[in-house]
Design a protein. Structure first.
Length: 68
């Protein structure tokens, strides 16, 4: 077995391997797309900050280096 012969095909073999792995992953996602997500597995709580718009509306609209 001469390694120099197979070394030329290494990028091609790795490309084909990555293609089949990617296609397998995409088919897995496709076949499990319509499954219902259980809310008991991972509850997520999103807390957004409350913005006080009155504070921001009273800020000056001019910049320090404004010549107008």
């Amino acid at each position: 077995m001469d390694i120099k012969i197979y070394k030329n095909y290494l990028p091609f073999i790795l490309t084909i391997l990555c293609f089949f792995i990617g296609m397998g992953y995409l088919f897995t996602i496709y076949f499990h797309w319509d499954e219902k997500i259980s809310t008991k597995k991972s509850p997520v709580e999103i807390n957004l900050p409350v913005i006080q718009w009155e504070y921001y509306m009273n800020l000056s609209k001019k910049y320090k280096n404004d010549t107008n």
